[in-house]
Design a protein around this ligand. Structure first.
Ligand code: B12
Ligand code: SF4
Length: 452
């Protein structure tokens, strides 16, 4: 049996210069290939990121019996193309797919005859049996996962694709402007329990126990020994700042037990920062949490309500003022101050121009910030995404889930206004409701618009 695991991502990003986020490695692939390897099942690996055009893929696929892929909505078009090429080259071969898109949009995948087995849900407990004997399973399979992440084996990162690039410290990852490289990306928890309507992943990813603090620190120390020295860490959890008991243990142990207090990127919510401000401040100051990702999304309570964010503009301002103060203090002591990675959404159905101005006003209040702005994208899986798809208002057809920052994602949204807003064209209107000292920032944010 010859089996190929195909890593999915934008063509060419492992070949020519590319944005660092496009080069992050895939933890689903890494975990499942580790489990397969530990059970004595060999899979070869190739990545769509290592080719420049689709013609280069067919020769890489020749002679394989099975193709396996982790499909997210934003990689679905790649999976579709790859499956078609695979079947042309190996008409008797089988294509096995799993991952987020299989879970949230199985109907789209069932309509494609090239997908032979479609596995919904977590794959850790089923992957070995499925790969050994796919025909023993029905076409669509519902898998159940481990109760806790503590049961996952430590992922072997050498099972990730190696781009063989001078600036890629494989099996660690390159720096992306958040902290020095090499970077270790890790996941400590799954899932975020909130229900924001543009995300609400808890409705389709089963909740599971968090990795223990010791496990996380041991993994980082191991990576530092084997492949380091590590420069910084990215904690990929959708919501790191949850479960205060776990966070207190992290606060206690990370500074003492990690080889170094590597600076790290991790996510929080403004309402929980407001709920546990002492814990937040201690983590920032004592564990070197230096890039704090917060889904502020909007500066308008109306829009935050539409999004079911369960945070208010006041919560957002509380978190901003707190980090501004902590940052001023750390800066005054001669150290690098922490920054926000501020997730902002514009182009939300129901948002008025004045709401959008409020969001830019909120951004201007942040003293140290890396803004990450996106035009709202209606993903399947999320409540609002499903609703807009059902109403025929989504422009994210299955052929173009893979998008670019300026793509128009929802019908009826005035993207021209938003493009001008990000160019600073409405700075006068924005500044009109700001105190003088906050008018200095230019209000030009077009470079901060990201793929979403
Ligand atoms: C890390 C991460 C990223 C990284 C991606 C790195 C990478 N190369 O993978 C970065 C930061 C780049 C990123 C970006 C984006 N992301 Co993202 N990301 C995540 C996050 C937080 C963790 C993913 C992860 O590693 N999970 C852990 C692994 C173990 O899980 P897994 O890969 O799903 O694999 C499991 C199962 O799916 C299954 N499985 C997987 N493959 C297979 C195959 C077979 C055969 C079988 C049987 C099973 C199986 O088994 C695995 C183990 O249980 C998830 C949220 C989450 N909790 O998962 C969002 C998530 C995947 N991202 C999402 C989105 C929308 C985005 C963005 C569009 C913007 C945004 N909202 O963040 C951008 C787009 C990027 C682009 N290229 O265009 C959505 C995807 C929704 C969807 N319908 O697909 C998620 C679910 C978050 C959310 N709720 O909105 N993301
Ligand atoms: S947007 Fe953030 S807080 Fe809301 S459900 Fe998703 S991860 Fe959780």
């Amino acid at each position: 049996m010859k089996r190929l695991w195909l890593d999915l991502g934008d063509l060419g990003v492992f070949v020519r210069p590319a944005g660092p986020h496009d080069r992050w490695q895939d933890h689903g692939l890494g975990l499942l290939r580790t489990i397969l390897r530990d059970s004595g099942i060999q899979t070869d690996l190739f990545s769509t990121r290592s080719i420049r055009n689709w013609k280069e893929l067919a020769p890489r696929m020749a002679g394989y019996d099975t193709l396996v892929m982790n499909v997210r909505s934003y990689t679905y078009p790649f999976a579709l193309q790859a499956a078609r090429i695979f079947k042309k080259v190996n008409p008797k071969g089988l294509v096995l797919v799993g991952g987020m898109h299989a879970t949230v949009a199985p109907d789209e995948m069932q309509a494609i005859p090239e997908f032979d087995r479609i596995c919904q849900g977590p794959g850790e407990k089923i992957i070995v049996d499925l790969i050994k004997d796919p025909l023993a399973f029905p076409r669509v399979i519902q898998a159940t996962g481990a109760k806790t992440m503590a049961d996952w084996p430590m992922m072997d990162r050498t099972l990730w694709p190696n781009p063989h690039l001078d600036d890629f410290p494989w099996p660690l990852e390159p720096e992306c402007g958040w902290g020095p490289g090499p970077v270790a990306t890790i996941i400590t928890s799954r899932v975020c329990p909130w229900q924001c309507v543009f995300c609400n992943e808890s409705s389709y990813i089963p909740n599971m126990g968090r990795k223990s603090v010791d496990q996380v620190i041991d993994e980082l120390n191991y990576l530092d020994d084997q492949f380091g020295p590590l420069g910084s860490v990215v904690i990929h959890d959708s919501m790191f700042f949850q479960q205060p008991t776990w966070l207190r243990e992290w606060l206690d142990k990370y500074p003492r037990q990690a080889h170094k207090k590597w600076p790290y990127w991790a996510a929080a919510r403004s309402d929980t920062v407001r709920q546990w401000p002492e814990l937040f401040e201690a983590l920032v100051r004592e564990t070197n949490w230096n890039i704090i990702s917060i889904g502020f999304e909007s500066g308008s309570d109306r829009v935050l309500n539409i999004l079911n964010k369960e945070c208010t503009a006041e919560d957002n301002y509380f978190a901003i003022d707190l980090l501004n103060r902590i940052g001023d203090d750390i800066h005054a002591r001669g150290y690098f101050p922490p920054k926000f990675w501020a997730n902002i959404m514009l182009g939300i159905p129901g948002e008025t121009h004045e709401d959008a101005f409020d969001t830019i006003r909120m951004l201007k209040r942040m003293k140290r910030v890396l803004p990450s702005i996106s035009y709202y994208a209606p993903y399947p899986g999320s409540a609002l995404g499903f609703q807009l798809i059902a109403e025929g208002k989504s422009r994210m057809t299955k052929e173009n889930y893979h998008r670019f920052p300026n793509d128009e994602k929802v019908k009826g949204i005035d993207y021209k206004f938003y493009n001008q807003l990000l160019k600073g064209k409405f700075d006068r209107e924005v500044n009109a409701k700001l105190p003088t000292f906050m008018r200095e920032k230019t209000g030009v944010y077009e470079d901060s618009l990201i793929k979403a």
